[in-house]
Design a protein around this ligand. Structure first.
Ligand code: HEM
Ligand SMILES: *[C@@H]1O[C@H](CO)[C@@H](O)[C@H](O)[C@H]1NC(C)=O
Length: 320
């Protein structure tokens, strides 16, 4: 938990920073590369298909990378930059360190894309397409991804620390952190449905299963089996016990049964403003699907503020 402790102190700064970085400034379009890189969608799809075939969780890991990219100065591939002596990147920010994964998958896809269309497609766009394909390969919806993003030449570890919500966040904080990105409470609740796939480390849900009251007792007992009171910080548990690698609406059914894994998850169904929507999604998978896609496109439209220097990175790990 310690890695997240400093975050609230930076919240005030985060609000100011994200207003300054706010408005989307360029027009993205699904057909952006239709002439310059007609094979792009197929290359990304097959790269993701082989990654997910090797390990289903990778679909989830890539989806999370996209979220963590977009919330920090817009969807600009900044999370993909490695630390160097002259660049303090986002990979070692609290929410990402020993947690964000899937970088090699993006590298492999980028190599294929470069072989087919040299210096044409941004890493940010590859990540956006890969996240869409990850969702779809795990059984979720598909959609047209607006394209034409550019890659950043820098990254911001401090913005990654202050802009991304933590597992102990309460509902008001979640609403405000998504609001800072012009995402509505409905967008926030729909996007959180991403936690129908993937895994969390014990350290992020330990307090919830041992100390909270609004948790299903049999669920807590099950999770305690592999998440001891002390030790085992990195032990993994699926967000969704029933369909761990299936992208469906089970996340919301779990919340209604007080089986949310993180404190922040259960905050969406704990007597507050999102209860009704959570119930709707738990009963109507098509509503979740539609709203999730809408919110993913909205999140994907977050771009760096105008005037920021950008480029088409040749290697996703370093500026040209
Ligand atoms: C609402 C606030 C959110 C909080 C507090 C939160 C927090 C977390 C935490 C703590 C983990 C576990 C990381 C680990 O154990 O290493 C996680 C995993 C994950 N998150 Fe979120 N998250 C949020 C929203 C989102 C959104 C909006 C998306 C995508 C649209 C997302 C996608 C994922 C995925 C797919 C995983 C599993 C990754 C894997 O298995 O590699 N999360 N999240
Ligand atoms: C707790 O989880 C069990 C097992 O999944 C479920 O049958 C039960 O309804 C849940 N309890 C509550 C109070 O929702």
């Amino acid at each position: 938990m310690a890695v997240f402790a400093c975050r609230s102190a930076f919240l005030g700064l985060a609000v100011v920073a994200s207003v300054l970085a706010g408005a989307a400034n360029a027009q993205l379009s699904p057909s952006f590369y239709s002439k310059s890189c007609p094979k792009l969608a197929g290359i990304v799809r097959s790269g993701m298909a082989s990654a997910v075939q090797k390990e289903k969780r990778m679909g989830a890991s890539i989806l999370r990378l996209f979220f963590h990219d977009c919330f920090v100065n817009g969807c600009d591939g900044s999370i993909l930059l490695d630390d160097t002596s002259s660049l303090t990147g986002e990979k070692n920010a609290g929410p990402n360190k020993n947690s964000a994964r899937g970088f090699e998958v993006i590298d492999a896809i980028k190599t294929q894309v470069e072989a087919s269309c040299k210096a044409t497609v941004s890493c940010a766009d590859i990540l956006a397409l890969a996240a869409r394909d990850g969702v779809n390969l795990l059984g979720g919806p598909t959609w047209n991804v607006p394209l034409g993003r550019k890659d950043s030449r820098t990254a911001s570890q401090s913005a990654a620390n202050s802009n991304l919500p933590g597992p102990d966040s309460g509902l008001a904080t979640l609403v405000s952190m998504f609001g800072n990105k012009n995402l509505s409470p409905q967008d926030m609740t729909a996007l959180s449905g991403a936690h129908t796939v993937g895994r969390s480390q014990c350290q992020f849900f330990r307090n919830r299963i041992y100390n909270e009251r609004n948790v299903n007792a049999s669920f807590a007992a099950l999770r305690k089996q592999t998440c001891p009171l002390s030790g085992g910080d990195g032990n993994l548990a699926p967000f969704d016990v029933q369909t761990a690698d299936g992208f469906d609406n089970a996340y919301y059914q779990n919340l209604v049964a007080q089986r949310g894994l993180l404190h922040s998850d259960q905050e969406l169904f704990n007597g507050g403003s999102q209860d009704a929507l959570v119930r709707t999604y738990s009963n109507t998978p098509t509503r979740f699907s539609t709203d999730f896609v809408t919110a993913m496109v909205k999140m994907g439209n977050l771009l760096p503020s105008s005037g920021t220097r950008t480029e088409i990175r040749l290697n996703c790990r370093k500026p040209n």
